[in-house]
Ligand binder design. Structure first.
Ligand code: PHE
Length: 510
């Protein structure tokens, strides 16, 4: 990048300047600079990128190997290598019977391997069950054994043959060590000698400085600096994926539901007859908000309360005897971040299906849900669910299975299977697993079932309703061949990956 001396001086931070000064006319390792000017190595490295970009230094990477002992290697530190134990005995006795050798405290395999090695090197002969010392070669084994100690002290021995042998025997592992050395350029030297170099400039803004900025010299921003900027914006991979799913579900005759992220506990839990002290309602699992909801439909609330407490009968058959415990309306009004999109499904029972009971209906939603979880590679505190419901005459579990199969087939997933599970609001409840050829195993990808008649009773719905809730990020991360959801979202996301990937170009195999 083109920079003149004045521009460069004005754009340097105080750390950049300290590094340049410390280089004066030598070349130095980044690690040594860090020690010398008492700055952490990461800051030295990030400054050095900038100095390089400005043309003030050149950077040379020296790659070397470092070796570290494995657990096996470390185990030999106090005893010496197994072949050393045998050799020492041989030097002491001249010869050792195999049965005596087996009492030296070595594992059988270690013993055999060591004898093999010593024979191959001509240090030992095996005759009629006795090991005979050849009279020379013990010193080689002694020095090889010492190498292990040296490696343990961080030295890199010159004896590559032994190093290779240790690597083969898995006594050590090798890692690359990259040492960056910085050298000042002639432009760098001019910058260092310029009049302005030692002038104090402020390079970190504080609220006090912003209040009182007059007369302060600030570090200049270089508007010429070349930074890699993507030349276009694009849809995030999740959005691309959702678009495809939405098209598929629409083609399957489903209509999208509209919904809110914040919901009354009533819609998220009570209508589904979650017990009011159910562990899912715990603060550990659910995100609570401060608000209270006062506009719950009073008639529905009292019907849900009645089924919750007393169960219900239809045609004099007991479907449920209820929890036989008081239902607390106060708990229904507590505002939370929706923990599953089934909350929206129940709103649609109320707003749509119960008002038009003769009309078959198919709805879906692809929307976010929230759980009070710590972020890790496989858990997100907010994630998408793909919910679907079908309302019609005489629906059965086999209908549910064919919808699910069709949905996944359109996503490119051919092998699915179902397994019984439990939800308070569906019976039967079915877990859905998809087979991943990439991982060569079955993965849980969703949950589904047929709503219990007692959950539909307060809505006056008598026909069967089948439904599912599928995971979205999980199959997506598999399609992307990553096991870490954090690469897709948020502060840890891999921007290069996100810029690169196009849903349409992904192989459609989990
Ligand atoms: N709500 C369930 C979940 O969050 C999914 C589901 C939806 C199960 C509809 C059955 C019926 O896992």
């Amino acid at each position: 990048m083109y920079m003149n001396v004045d521009e460069a001086v004005a754009a340097l931070s105080s750390n950049d300047k300290r590094i340049l000064k410390c280089l004066s006319d030598n070349s130095k390792y980044a690690g040594d600079i860090a020690l010398e000017i008492q700055l952490d190595k990461a800051s030295v490295l990030s400054s050095s990128r900038k100095l390089l970009e400005f043309g003030l230094v050149t950077i040379n990477n020296e790659v070397s190997m470092v070796y570290t002992l494995t657990d096996i290697g470390r185990g030999y530190l106090s005893t010496g290598l197994p072949e050393l134990i045998i050799t020492r005995k041989l030097v002491e006795k001249g010869n050792v019977s195999l049965s005596d050798a087996s009492k030296l405290g070595l594992e059988k395999e270690e013993l055999n391997a060591s004898i093999g090695l010593l024979r191959k090197q001509g240090i030992v002969e095996l005759k009629a069950g006795t090991l005979i010392y050849a009279g020379k070669g013990a010193e080689n084994i002694e020095s090889k054994s010492r190498l292990l100690l040296e490696i343990n002290h961080g030295e890199v021995p010159a004896d590559t043959e032994s190093i290779n042998e240790f690597l083969r025997r898995k006594l050590i592992v090798a890692n690359e060590n990259i040492k960056e050395s910085l050298k000042i350029t002639s432009l760098g030297t001019s910058v260092l000698r310029s009049k302005e170099f030692d002038k104090e400039v402020v390079d970190k803004l504080t609220s006090d400085i912003i209040k009182n900025w007059k007369g302060i010299a600030f570090r200049r921003y270089s508007l010429n600096a070349r930074i890699p900027t993507p030349v276009y914006g694009k849809k995030h991979i999740t959005k691309q994926f959702i678009k495809m799913l939405r098209e598929n579900l629409t083609a399957m005759g489903f209509e999208e539901m509209q919904s809110n992220y914040a919901e009354a506990s009533f819609w998220n839990f009570d209508v589904m007859l979650f017990k009011q002290d159910h562990p899912d309602r715990d603060i550990q699992d659910t995100v609570y908000l401060d608000g209270r909801v006062n506009n719950l439909p009073p008639e529905l609330l009292s019907k849900v309360k009645n089924v919750y407490e007393n169960g219900f009968k239809r045609n004099s058959k007991d479907f449920s005897v209820g929890y036989r415990m008081p239902f607390d309306e106060k708990k229904s009004r507590v505002l939370i971040m929706r923990a599953h999109t089934t909350a929206t499904t129940f709103r649609y029972f109320y707003d749509k299906i119960s008002k038009n009971k003769d009309k078959p209906a198919r709805y879906f939603s692809i929307s976010k849900v929230f759980r009070n979880e710590t972020l890790d590679p496989t858990h997100l505190p907010e994630f998408y669910q793909i919910e679907g419901i079908v309302y019609d005459d005489g629906l059965t579990v086999s209908d549910l299975k064919s919808y699910i199969t069709e949905f996944y087939k359109r996503m490119g997933i051919d092998k699915i299977r179902i397994k019984p599970t439990y939800n308070p609001y569906t019976e039967p409840s079915l877990e859905i697993q998809a087979f991943s050829p990439k991982l060569n195993r079955w993965l849980e990808v969703g949950n589904s079932g047929m709503f219990r008649p007692e959950t539909l009773e307060p809505f006056g719905i008598k026909k069967n309703i089948i439904a599912w809730g599928f995971a979205l990020e999980r199959p997506l991360s598999l399609l992307l061949a990553t096991n870490d959801l954090r690469l897709i979202y948020g502060a840890f996301s891999d921007l290069d990956l996100l810029r690169e990937i196009e849903y349409a170009r992904l192989s459609r195999k989990l």
